[in-house]
Design a protein around this ligand. Structure first.
Ligand SMILES: NC(=O)c1ccc[n+]([C@@H]2O[C@H](COP(=O)([O-])OP(=O)(O)OC[C@H]3O[C@@H](n4cnc5c(N)ncnc54)[C@H](OP(=O)(O)O)[C@@H]3O)[C@@H](O)[C@H]2O)c1
Length: 330
């Protein structure tokens, strides 16, 4: 392949703009592993990056796309051989190094994992950064004492990508999952993923007392801002919150009362991890954390329709995971 199609984000005096172009291998960044990309996905971070709504891209021009799956074409790393089916994600991918919205990617080997037995490439990209982060959250929550017998787990931003996979993973492990959403009309979808009950986000707009009636043994927070502050006020004693996202805001106004009177543990979740943790989590996603409804969570979209998917995510109209078909022959 001499040149290939890519979705490139550029910046000039007029601001950030993204569009389709053609690039050559010589324009790719340096790396040990060259991958022919078959699919990528659209994460909230990709929507912020390509729309310019968030300062995500750290080097312009940059092919966006923070995750991708495909087949290794060439490798200078002993960990990979031509023909391996792999997933690429996190670190600088699609942020400070050309990412997944292109028919080719060249990256450091530490950003690559072989797709484990038990997952197809399409399932692996349905998981992508979203699923990986949900798996990391569950892993960290359980290391911090979370268990099904302790009580209900709240998952907010429930119709989103991370949340959908988290609901599925937690329900499969026997947790009573409460899906909190701004789209109560999606209740049926959320129940199909395994949510035991649905709560409208509007019902949780509570007061501002430092502590309120305790409801949750654990929570997966995709939103930050006031929704996270509300969760903190309503956690059970010794509850665990995994802080993943900021779709509602980056600020957090709270008091120390949940921590010192209820022993609430607020744990940070960041998906830039070393090779050993990545390997551990991809193996878990193919086995004991394997979601059961990835086909329900996923929709596959042609590469040309990427901009409209981004618009939907920015407008909060998304449901589940959008997988972009980069190479129709892949
Ligand atoms: N820490 C990490 O390493 C890491 C990794 C991956 C993702 N993230 C973060 O996790 C969050 C979720 O990512 P995602 O890819 O799952 O996003 P997504 O698919 O766009 O889902 C976000 C969901 O949040 C809700 N939402 C959207 N805009 C909102 C707003 N302005 N106020 C309140 N709720 C809003 C919506 O759910 P409802 O309508 O159902 O409420 C939406 O479906 C993002 O903030 C992302 O940056 C972090």
């Amino acid at each position: 392949m001499n040149d290939f199609k890519a979705y490139l984000v550029e910046s000039d005096a007029g601001g950030v703009r993204a569009g389709f172009t053609r690039l050559t291998d010589a324009q790719l960044d340096a790396g040990d592993v060259t991958v022919r990309v078959h699919h990528a996905s659209v994460n909230y971070k990709d929507a912020l990056a390509t729309s310019g709504k968030g300062k995500i891209i750290r080097r312009f021009p940059c092919i966006a796309g923070i995750d991708a799956v495909g087949v290794v074409e060439a490798s200078d790393s002993p960990r990979f051989r031509a023909g391996d089916s792999v997933v690429v994600h996190s670190h600088g991918f699609g942020v400070s190094h050309h990412g997944g919205y292109a028919e080719r990617a060249r990256v450091p080997a530490d950003w690559v994992n072989r797709i484990p037995d038990g997952l197809t490439p399409l399932e692996a990209i349905t998981l992508g950064v979203a699923g990986y982060t949900a798996a990391l959250a569950v892993d960290l929550m359980e290391l911090n004492g979370c268990a099904p017998a302790r009580g209900p787990v709240a998952v907010n931003g429930a119709t989103g990508g991370v949340a959908g996979v988290a609901i599925d993973m937690l329900a499969r492990r026997g947790y009573e999952v409460v899906a909190i959403t701004s789209k109560p009309a999606e209740a049926q979808y959320l129940r199909e993923l395994g949510a035991a009950s649905i709560v409208a986000a509007s019902e949780l707009q509570t007061g501002s007392r430092p502590l309120e009636s305790a409801r949750w043994a654990a929570a997966v927070d995709n939103l930050g801002g006031e929704p996270l502050a509300g969760l903190l006020r309503t956690m059970n004693k010794d509850a665990v919150i995994a802080s993943i996202g900021n779709a509602a805001g980056i600020e957090l106004h709270t008091t120390v009362m949940p921590f010192i009177l209820r022993g609430v543990r607020l744990i940070g979740v960041n998906s830039d991890n070393d090779t050993a943790l990545r390997e551990h989590l991809w193996q878990r996603m193919a086995t004991d954390l394997r979601p059961q409804h990835l086909d329900r969570i996923r929709r596959v979209v042609p590469f040309d329709r990427l901009p409209s998917v981004v618009d939907d995510l920015i407008a909060g109209r998304n449901r589940g995971r959008a997988v972009i078909e980069i190479d129709a022959g892949g």
